[in-house]
Design a protein around this ligand. Sequence first.
Ligand SMILES: *Cc1c(COP(=O)(O)O)cnc(C)c1O
Length: 395
Amino acid sequence: MNTQEVMQQFEKYVISNYARLPRVIVRAQGATMWDADGREYLDFFPGWAVSGIGHCHPRVVEAIRRQAGELIHIDNTFYSLPQGQLAQLLSERAFGGKVFFCNSGAEAVEAALKLARKATPEGKYKIISMLGGFHGRTFGAITATAQPKYHQGFAPMLPGFKYVRYNDLDEVRAAIDDETAAVLLEPIQGEGGVKVADDAYLKGLRQLCDERGVLLILDEVQTGLGRTGTWFGYQHSGVVPDIMTMAKALGGGVSIGAIMAKPEIAAALVPGTHASTFGGNPLACAAGVAVIEAIEQENLLENAEVMSDRIMAHLEQMGQRHSCVEEIRGRGLMMGVELNRPGQGIVDACLERGLRVNCTQSVVLRMTPPMTVSAEQVDKAMAILDEAVAAVMAS
Ligand SMILES: *Cc1c(COP(=O)(O)O)cnc(C)c1O
């Protein structure tokens, strides 16, 4: 089938809830993908940050093949090997918490919200979340997502949520009352425009939560698993959350989500309180184990830092050449370029030239290249981006 035929098939049979680019992707490897017409692209937003170690990483492919021949799914009536192994690997690379597995970022957020209510004393139920944040599309997650566009047409939201400005400790202090169970935020707001939480703000939040008996939940769905150059985003500040969510890059492309909670908090989820049929299935967990092994054995945290510096240097230069660049932000391989104009034209111009980037909040170009990206790929991508910006500015 050619691109036109596939688009017609979607038109007729697939619900049109996505604004898709007119390309059919048929194959991808590392930071490169190919479409049905044989065109090649550098993918600097692979899988919306899911393919953190690149598309079809050989270790992940091999782990999936091996596991598929042994046991794809077994329900949580039983124990299974990959689930325990992945939980241990995650715990040892974070804060020694215990893990519950689910299947997506939104589900991880739901689990975190339920655990926060369950683990705090009776009467505490309120959640404070941040304006401009993003936590997924289920009802709890959209309620936590303090952006009106995600609520429109779906009212009423879940009761008990309060929104405050990101990076503003005084607003959180004023919003906490005796019924507050938790504060929820991303260490870096991704969809919200690549906004980094100040270390001092996170330290202040930790202290405030401790003083007021409130749990601190960090949504690491996008920042987790090496994206920012450390295993988890919180590790830059040293501020340890009570509960942390993960998903996106965790499965190397296979859908998986998880929360980690300090053991004394995790203890609130006794049998019958929460569950997921697919959660922790051997296939997804084997993929997750392969992701962690790849990051460690191929020194990808280090490569992420080196490539981050390289991209930032390119972007700074680009910012000096083009007056449309307002600000360059990010940490590790999660970067945003804020423009003084809409960015979709640049995204399209990049795609035409063989580079895929994303635009969020209308004016922020967003890039999350894989941790396996090479210096040559970075240089090529930045040359394309520069050319695309110049072309759009000249038009
Ligand atoms: C993508 C994202 C989610 C939602 O994940 P899904 O897998 O799409 O449900 C939640 N939180 C953050 C921070 C995200 O970036």
